[in-house]
Design a protein around this ligand. Structure first.
Ligand code: ADP
Ligand code: MG
Length: 248
């Protein structure tokens, strides 16, 4: 697989009225085209900061970020941030409207995504009619609508209860693979990361450094729910658990 993104020696210090917060200390990793990479690390270590910098919302302090081509980026947050006064279709068209690309063609594409991914009957409904899982699916479709090359998912599933989370991670994974996207997902859930990822970048506590990078090789790799049954699963779980060095 070709590399789509290279992050090299990325550093970030926030300057606040209370002083400096060093969030990222020398982050280096790359991402291949169509790869699913998870970033895992302790709470507050700087995971979201990496995504904010990649998306252009925050400036880096130093280091290098290079894309292999002119990539567009879609960003999906923990909170689905659907607007309650807009229908599902209108919500999914939002990014296209902002980019002034709300053509008939792009609208047809969004409708096609909504139909393909089980939201056909909710196209003209308001988000309050949707279950938590459907809302996440709608939020993902809104992110896919602008046809980004790379999807950034920031704890996108963590607002859901455990059972829904398993089902939706399966859903979201299948959609991302079917649409042929590259994904970078931030999570604090080790099992979620192993079950969905090709590689996992484990960060240290703040200021974040890359502690380990694991290539996830599962026998009979299939969907996230099935992957949890693979024999190598617990081996990866133990290694990452040890890396995270959680104290309670
Ligand atoms: P994570 O996503 O791993 O939980 P974040 O990337 O959100 O962590 O934050 C890393 C550190 O940077 C935290 O200490 C946080 O308080 C700080 N931080 C994040 N954003 C800002 C900001 N805009 N201004 C000041 N400090 C920030
Ligand atoms: Mg975060």
């Amino acid at each position: 697989m070709d590399k789509i993104l290279n992050i090299s020696n990325l550093k970030k210090t926030f300057h606040t009225s209370e002083g400096e917060v060093k969030a990222l200390d020398s982050i280096t990793f790359d991402v291949k085209d169509k790869e699913f990479v998870s970033i895992i690390g302790p709470s507050g270590c700087g995971k979201s900061t990496i995504l904010s910098i990649l998306s252009g919302l925050e400036e880096k302090s130093s280091g290098k970020i290079s894309f292999s081509k002119n990539c567009t980026i879609g960003y999906m947050l923990q909170n689905d941030s659907l607007f309650e006064w807009r229908t599902v279709l209108e919500n999914c068209m939002l990014g296209l409207e902002i980019e002034k690309k709300d053509t008939k063609e792009s609208k047809d594409y969004v409708i096609h995504l909504l139909k393909t991914y089980g939201l056909e009957e909710f196209i003209s409904e308001y988000p309050s009619r949707l279950s938590g899982g459907m809302r996440q699916r709608a939020a993902l479709i809104r992110t896919l609508a602008t046809k980004p090359d790379i999807l950034l998912l920031d704890e996108a599933l963590s607002a859901l209860d455990y059972q829904s989370r398993l089902a939706i991670s399966d859903d979201i994974y299948k959609i991302i693979k079917k649409e042929g996207k590259t994904a970078i997902m931030v999570t604090h859930d080790i099992a979620e990361a192993i079950s969905m990822s090709d590689r996992i970048v484990v960060l240290s506590k703040r200021p974040a450094k890359v502690k380990q990078i694991y290539e996830i090789n599962l026998t009979n790799k299939s969907t996230p729910i099935e992957n949890r049954k693979c024999k190598e699963f617990s081996k990866y779980y133990d290694m990452i658990w040890r890396d995270l060095d959680v104290h309670i």
